[in-house]
Design a protein around this ligand. Structure first.
Ligand code: ITT
Length: 207
């Protein structure tokens, strides 16, 4: 570091499942990672972008400006081929307001109930964006993807969201049946974070 000050980075997500994963994935970076839960509550910005990258940029910029902190945001979701890419950027809102993660998972499986095994291909995608309140441009961004298939029934209780219905390519278990370390090693979020980790560390050390 250029001085003894420990840099703070805001993990700018309201999703506790993502916060847990980011804390694990970023643990080798010498910075103080703060969650939104450690700061005064603020209403989330509207995610009206067409892509994961657009929405991650909206969130990183918004939280970075609002709190005056370097902020790392994630926009992610499940892209199902048999549903023409749904739920996609709407993964957190699939089925409308008032549903739980489990309700959305059940809705997905219901909507796919007549789709045969060989047509159940899907992928998780994750865009990670880092914004600095002192900079107009975003500092870093990366996209991570993991290919797989949707199960017929939910399996496993680890992870969050659609994990109980997603089996990565070459695996037999869902990501909800894997340990945290196993999911991190192949997940969309793990891949996106590993793509920026070195540059983030360098950026923080020179700031
Ligand atoms: P923030 O916007 O505050 O980050 P969010 O949950 O609303 O929280 P997104 O708009 O990016 O975040 O929606 C992502 C949704 O995609 C998430 O709620 C899950 O339903 C799903 N998802 C993303 N990554 C996942 C993962 O690793 N495992 C399971 N489901 C995942």
């Amino acid at each position: 570091m250029s001085d003894d000050k420990v840099r703070r980075v805001l993990i700018a997500t309201q999703n506790s499942g993502k916060v847990n994963e980011f804390r694990r994935l970023l643990r080798s970076i010498p910075a103080d990672f703060v969650g939104l839960g450690d700061l005064p509550e603020v209403a989330a910005p509207e995610e009206d972008g067409d892509t994961f990258l657009d929405n991650a940029t909206i969130k990183a910029r918004f939280y970075s400006q609002h709190f005056g902190e370097i902020a790392l945001a994630d926009d992610s979701g499940l892209v199902v081929d048999a549903l023409n890419g749904a739920p996609g950027v709407h993964s957190a809102r699939y089925g409308g307001d008032g549903l739980t993660d489990r309700d959305r998972l059940n809705l997905l499986l219901e909507n796919l109930k007549d789709v045969p095994a060989e047509q159940r291909s899907a992928r998780f995608e994750c865009a990670v964006v880092v914004a600095d309140p002192d900079s107009e441009d975003i500092i870093l961004h990366a996209i991570g993807t993991i290919e797989g298939m949707i199960t017929f029934e939910p399996r496993g209780s680890n992870g969050f969201g659609y994990d109980p219905a997603f089996v990565p390519q070459g695996e037999t278990r869902t990501t909800a049946e894997m340990s945290a370390t196993e999911k991190d090693s192949l997940s969309h979020r793990g891949r996106a974070v590993r793509a920026i980790a070195h540059e983030l560390s360098t950026y923080l050390s020179h700031r």
